[in-house]
Design a protein around this ligand. Structure first.
Ligand code: ADP
Ligand code: MG
Length: 617
C-alpha cells in the first residue's frame, strides 16, 4: 500500500485553526483589540461596516511592528509573547498562541500598516487567503492598523452561517465592552457604518463603567475589595435594588481577561440571594487577580473559559468579599426581612389572629395529564371536544349556539351559566361572588366547586390576547405621552430595539431613532398604565424579547406581546376590589385560551366538591 499521509498545506491548516478561533466577525474584533492592548496602545479606533462582513479595521498607537515582524505575524505559531514552555505559566498578555492573525489572514483579505517608534517609514503588508500579496514601505503614524476585508470570502459555509447584521453588530459591541472594561487606561473610538457610536477616553474603572452603561450607573455601584494570598478581588457590584431581570451586565475578568466561569457567577448570586427577588440578577464588574500559574487558560482556544486549581476556595473568597461589601453599605439581609414583615401588616388586621390559609394549591398540577382525580381544569387542550363532559349539566343547546359564534365566548357563557346557577340559590344582585386570597388568587364558587384564579397570570393572558388582536387587525391604539421620553440604550440593546421597532409600532408605540443608540418615545399603547417609567418598560420588553431569541418559531409579535403583557399585568400583591375581580374574570373568559398564561402555565383550577368532601372524611 502506498503512503497516504500528507502534511496539510499551511493555508488549509490555518483555515482549520480559524474554524476554532474565528467564529464570527466579533472574534476578529476581539483578537485585534487584544493585540493592540498587548502592544500597550493608549488609544484604539475601531471601524466596522455591515456587521463586520465587509470591513473590520482596528488602529492603535501601540508599539508597532518591524518590517520582518509585520510579515512574520501572519505565520502560524508566530508570537512575540512566549519563547519557551515555562513562559506558558506566567502569561500576562492577552495573546500567546500566535494563531489569531494567521487564522484571520486565511479567511479574509488583510491589510496591515505598522510603524515602530524609531523608524522613519512604516511598512504595509497585504495578505489574502494566507498568501502575502505585497509588502511595501509606507507613511503611517506609530502603531498598527489592521483592516480585515471580506471575512469568510473563501469559506461560504461560515459566511452563510452569520446572523443578521444587527446580531453580529451586537456581538461586536459586546467584545468591545469587555476589552474596554478591562482596560480603562486605554481610550476607544468606535465607528459603525461611518458614524461615531462611542468615544471613551482614558479613565478610571468607575468612569469607564459609566461611559459604557450610562451616567447613572456609578450611583448604583458598591465597591468590592478583598486581598488574600490566593487571589485578590476588586471592582463593583450593583446595589440590590438595581438587580435586573437579565444577566447581561455580569462581568468577570481574571488577570484582565474576560472569562465565563459559571460557578463564580453562582458565588456572587449566592451572596445576593436574600436581597433580591427570585428571577432577578445582580449586575457586577469584578476583577480577580491571581498568579498566572494558578490558572489554566489553555482549556479553550478563545480563552474565555478558565480553570482554577483551587475552585472551592475561590468560590468562598468571592462570596464573602461580596457579602462584606454589601454589609459595609448597610445592605444586609435583615433589612429585607423587615420589609417583608411590614408587607404582611398591610395584608392582615393586626388585632385579628392570623390564620394561615388552609387551601392547598397543587403547584405541580398538570392540567394536561388525564386521569388525575381531584381538581379539574376547565379546558383540556389535548381533547378540546370533550370539555363539556366536565360539566354534564350545562345546557348543550346554548353551548352549540355559542360555538357557532366562534370559540371566543364559550368559556364566558360557560362561566356565566355556572355563576348564574349559584345566584339562583342565593338571591340578590349584589351578592359577593369573588374573594381575594393573599392578594394573589381570586376565589369564586362555580357549579362544580371552587375556582381559584391566579390574578397575575390571568391578566397576562387577557393583555396578551389584546395585544395580539391589535397586531393582527393592525389597529394599534396609542396614548400620547405628555413629554416625549428619550432613552439611551447600550449598543447591543439598541440594535435589538431597531430590529423590533416596526413591531412595537404595530402595538401602539411611537418610537423613533434619535441618532446613535438613542430613541425617542412619543406614545405608548393605551394599555400601558404607568407612563412615568418608560425606561423600565423598554428594558423589560427587550429583556423578554431576548429570552425568546433562541425560539425561532415564536413570531416576533408574540414575543413582544408576551413581554408587554408581563410588564403591564396586575401583579401578585395587588389588592383588588370586587368590581375589578369581576371585570378580570369576565375578560379572562372571553379569551381564546383562558386556562393558560402566555407562557403556558395554568391560570386557574377548580377544587371540586368531591375533593373537598374527601378532605372532610
Ligand atoms: P498572539 O497575540 O497570540 O501572539 P497573534 O497572531 O494575535 O498572536 O499576533 C502575532 C504577533 O504579532 C504578536 O505576538 C505580536 O508580536 C504581533 N502583533 C499583532 N498585532 C499587533 C499590534 N497591534 N501591535 C504590535 N504587534 C502586534
Ligand atoms: Mg493575539
Amino acid at each position: 500500500m502506498p503512503d497516504i499521509i500528507k502534511l496539510l498545506p499551511d493555508s488549509v491548516a490555518n483555515q482549520i485553526a480559524a474554524g476554532e478561533v474565528i467564529q464570527r466577525p466579533a472574534s476578529v474584533v476581539k483578537e485585534l483589540l487584544e493585540n493592540s492592548i498587548d502592544a500597550e496602545a493608549s488609544l484604539i479606533t475601531i471601524i466596522i461596516k455591515d456587521g463586520g462582513k465587509t470591513l473590520i479595521k482596528v488602529t492603535d498607537n501601540g508599539s508597532g511592528m518591524s518590517e520582518t515582524d509585520a510579515r512574520m505575524c501572519f505565520e502560524r505559531h508566530s508570537t512575540s509573547k512566549i519563547k519557551n514552555a515555562s513562559d506558558l505559566f506566567k502569561i500576562k498578555t492577552m495573546g500567546f498562541r500566535g494563531e489569531a492573525l494567521a487564522s484571520i489572514a486565511s479567511i479574509a483579505r488583510v491589510e496591515l500598516k505598522s510603524r515602530i517608534k524609531d523608524a522613519q517609514l512604516g511598512t504595509e503588508v497585504i495578505v489574502e487567503g494566507s498568501v502575502i500579496e505585497s509588502q511595501n514601505p509606507c507613511q503611517c503614524p506609530q502603531g498598527t492598523t489592521i483592516a480585515v476585508k471580506n471575512l469568510f470570502y473563501n469559506t461560504p459555509a461560515r459566511r452563510n452561517f452569520l446572523k443578521s447584521e444587527n446580531i453580529e453588530r451586537s456581538h461586536i459591541f459586546n467584545e468591545l465592552v469587555r476589552v474596554a472594561l478591562a482596560n480603562p487606561l486605554t481610550g476607544f473610538k468606535y465607528y459603525y457604518n461611518n458614524k461615531l457610536v462611542l468615544q471613551i477616553d482614558q479613565s478610571n474603572l468607575i468612569q469607564r463603567i459609566a461611559g459604557l452603561f450610562g451616567k447613572n450607573t456609578n450611583q448604583r455601584l458598591i465597591p468590592v475589595e478583598e486581598k488574600t494570598d490566593i487571589i485578590s478581588v476588586s471592582g463593583f457590584v450593583c446595589k440590590p435594588e438595581f438587580a435586573k431581570k437579565r444577566r447581561g451586565e455580569q462581568f468577570f475578568f481574571i488577570n484582565k481577561r474576560f472569562v465565563k466561569v459559571p460557578y463564580l457567577n453562582h458565588a456572587v448570586e449566592n451572596a445576593f440571594s436574600e436581597l433580591i427577588p427570585e428571577g432577578s440578577h445582580p449586575s457586577f464588574f469584578l476583577f480577580l487577580e491571581t498568579d498566572p500559574s494558578n490558572i489554566d487558560i489553555n482549556v479553550h482556544p478563545t480563552k474565555t473559559e478558565i480553570k482554577f486549581q483551587n475552585e472551592s476556595d475561590i468560590y468562598k473568597i468571592l462570596m464573602s468579599a461580596i457579602k462584606r461589601a454589601l454589609g459595609k453599605f448597610n445592605i444586609s439581609p435583615s433589612l429585607d426581612f423587615e420589609r417583608e414583615t411590614a408587607f404582611d401588616d398591610v395584608l392582615f388586621d393586626k388585632n385579628r389572629p392570623v390564620i394561615p390559609p388552609t387551601i392547598k394549591v397543587d403547584q405541580n398540577y398538570n392540567p394536561f395529564e388525564t386521569g388525575k382525580s381531584g381538581s379539574k381544569f376547565l379546558s383540556d387542550r389535548k381533547k378540546p371536544k370533550n370539555w363539556e363532559n366536565l360539566y354534564p349539566d350545562v345546557d348543550k343547546t346554548g353551548i352549540q349556539e355559542n360555538n357557532q359564534q366562534g370559540s371566543k365566548n364559550i368559556f364566558g357563557d360557560f362561566l356565566k351559566s355556572d355563576l348564574n346557577q349559584e345566584s339562583h340559590k342565593t338571591p340578590g344582585e349584589n351578592e359577593k361572588k369573588f374573594w381575594q386570597l393573599n392578594n394573589m388568587y381570586i376565589l369564586t364558587p362555580v357549579k362544580s366547586g371552587l375556582m381559584i384564579i391566579d390574578q397575575q397570570r390571568a391578566h397576562e393572558r387577557i393583555l396578551y390576547e389584546k395585544f395580539l388582536n391589535k397586531y393582527e387587525n393592525q389597529k394599534p391604539s396609542s396614548q400620547q405621552l405628555l413629554y416625549p421620553a428619550k432613552i439611551e440604550l447600550i449598543e447591543s440593546d439598541a440594535s435589538l430595539m431597531k430590529e423590533i421597532l416596526q413591531h412595537t409600532i404595530a402595538l401602539g408605540f411611537e418610537i423613533s431613532t434619535f441618532g446613535g443608540n438613542s430613541f425617542v418615545i412619543n406614545a405608548v399603547p393605551t394599555e400601558v398604565k404607568e407612563t412615568e417609567n418608560i425606561d423600565q418598560l423598554i428594558e423589560d420588553l427587550l429583556e423578554n424579547y431576548k429570552k425568546h431569541l433562541s425560539e425561532p418559531k415564536l413570531e416576533i409579535n408574540k414575543k413582544i406581546s408576551r413581554a408587554l403583557a408581563k410588564n403591564q399585568s396586575i401583579k401578585h400583591g395587588k389588592l383588588l376590589s370586587d368590581k375589578e375581580m369581576n371585570t378580570l374574570v369576565g375578560e379572562l373568559f372571553t379569551c381564546s385560551m383562558p386556562d393558560v398564561s402566555p407562557g403556558n402555565k395554568p391560570t386557574l383550577f377548580i377544587l371540586s366538591y368531591q375533593e373537598l368532601s374527601d378532605r372532610f372524611k
